[in-house]
Design a protein around this ligand. Structure first.
Ligand code: ADP
Ligand code: MG
Ligand code: MG
Length: 191
């Protein structure tokens, strides 16, 4: 299980990757959405950074809960409540469960909130294969990159990209890409 310190390092690493790729994430969203995913996420993780710096947060769950609230309150787009639900469900189990179970709880939160299933071309298409890989003890950067690439041929069935129907085919899903940074950060900080 994760300590508060590990959880903080994980989320700060994620935050850095979001800032570094802000323009790229918005460009991806420009192709099949409204072009704001990078700025939405960047605003969100800036609030996460401020919220989790509080040294009085003793448990991983305290850190995760703060991060969840920051995402919900600071991100206007669909992705805010989705990441918020994920982090909140993760907070409920993170002090007691292995990481595979923690990410699985996050995935359940996303599915409950957004009603998307695998192959709807959403962040679910990153979280679900990551859960499978963690359960088999084989999460790697390659597995994450492969999951990301597999969103490209999909037709969007949820979110703004679904308005494009067939024209959503041939583009990476922005939320799957931002989620890929969360899991690469996990590999870098925790594994
Ligand atoms: P908005 O679409 O409101 O502008 P963002 O651009 O920040 O919000 O986020 C878009 C991303 O949110 C998509 O790329 C997709 O991964 C994710 N998303 C949208 N709707 C859903 C949903 N119902 N379930 C899961 N993920 C979703
Ligand atoms: Mg958008
Ligand atoms: Mg938007």
């Amino acid at each position: 299980t994760l300590t508060a310190k590990q959880t903080r390092a994980w989320l700060l690493n994620f935050s850095n990757k979001i800032h570094d790729n802000k323009q790229y994430l918005s460009d991806l969203d420009q192709a099949i959405g409204d072009g704001d995913h990078g700025s939405n996420m960047s605003r969100g993780v800036t609030a996460v950074e401020a919220a989790i710096t509080d040294e009085s947060l003793e448990k991983a769950s305290d850190v995760m809960k703060k991060a969840a609230m920051a995402m919900v309150s600071k991100v206007g787009g669909a992705s805010g409540p989705l990441y918020g639900s994920a982090f909140l469900e993760m907070a409920k189990v993170i002090d007691n469960e292995a990481i595979a179970r923690v990410i699985a709880a996050g995935l359940d939160g996303i599915k409950k909130r957004g009603k998307a299933e695998v192959e709807d071309k959403t962040m679910v298409d990153m979280w679900a294969p990551v859960v499978d890989a963690l359960q088999d003890g084989r999460l790697s950067v390659e597995a994450i990159e492969e999951a990301k690439a597999q969103t490209k041929p999909l037709k969007a069935k949820k979110g703004r990209a679904s308005y494009l129907n067939e024209r959503s085919i041939g583009h990476l899903d922005p939320g799957a890409v931002s989620s890929s940074y969360l899991f690469i950060a996990l590999l870098e900080e925790v594994e």
